[in-house]
Design a protein. Structure first.
Length: 270
């Protein structure tokens, strides 16, 4: 039976991935749910148990390396092995660099600690066990990790960094039996952007992106789970995302204009 760690599992995409895996595997899976929000984890665990899955709740702050190692080591101690690591924990942000006060620039570092280093810490701790099980690594990046979007300098930087890290790791793991799947969601119908950071490094309370036509959380999680099961290299979501990835090589200035059009006018450069 697969033993699966999901970070950022208390809400949004991570919670829906857990629910879909519970439906898919039922009693054949043990879902290890990790996030800072213990109450949220308990709610998701109850839903997964109702769907027939076994769960283990491990409150974890992925910015703390020791907690990431505790997450992995406790999982292996309790379950005997680790088969899948889903690096989903993340924080959003939307602010023009010029609008960030000098004394507030530190939140760029904080964002990188969650989005990049949280994945690095968890993956480094999990790697020996995943090699033993010929397991799977899933990293939830973003289309903003493929194409720079105005007002998303911090977020894009963290997601581009994730992309580079996991693409390089994939080459290091060649022949090991461990697969690396990078997922690139676009605008998904969650509250991640509302709960993300503004220029002051505070909770934004609104999205800087145009939300019309946002992908459902269910569909996003379904695509990620399907990519994980099939050990796909990349899961690029939306036709626009797939087109933009290649158009960037042929007509980069056009991609810049498309990126500009995706954000609300007050989040565009003045």
């Amino acid at each position: 039976m697969p033993n699966i760690i999901i970070t950022g599992a208390s809400d949004g995409i991570g919670a829906e991935i857990a629910r879909q895996l519970a439906r898919r595997h039922g009693l054949q899976a043990l879902l290890v749910l990790a996030a800072r929000n213990t109450a949220g984890l308990q709610s998701v665990a109850a839903e997964c148990k109702a769907l027939g899955a076994r769960t283990l709740i491990l409150p974890t702050d992925v910015t703390v390396e020791a907690q990431c190692r505790h997450l992995v080591e406790t999982t292996v101690r309790e379950c005997g092995s680790l088969d899948i690591l889903v690096n989903n924990a993340g924080v959003s942000a939307h602010a023009l660099l010029a609008d960030v006060p000098t004394d507030k620039l530190g939140w760029y570092h904080d964002l990188m600690q969650v989005n990049l280093w949280g994945s690095v810490y968890c993956t480094h701790a999990a790697l020996p066990y995943l090699k033993e099980s010929h397991g799977r690594i899933v990293a939830v990046s973003s289309l903003a990790g493929l194409v720079g979007v105005p007002g998303r300098t911090a977020y894009s930087a963290s997601k581009f960094a994730m992309t580079g890290f996991f693409e390089a790791l994939r080459t290091e793991l060649h022949g090991s039996g461990v697969s690396v799947t990078l997922a690139y969601p676009g605008v998904v119908d969650t509250r991640i952007r509302m709960n993300g950071m503004n220029a002051q490094g505070e909770k934004a309370g609104r999205s800087g992106l145009k939300e019309a036509g946002a992908m459902s959380v269910h569909e996003c999680a379904r695509l990620i789970v399907d990519g994980m099961v099939r050990r796909k290299r990349d899961v690029v979501m939306t036709a626009q995302g797939k087109f933009g990835r290649w158009l960037k090589l042929l007509a980069p200035s056009l991609v810049d204009r498309l990126a500009m059009a995706a954000v609300k006018p007050d989040y565009r450069p003045k």
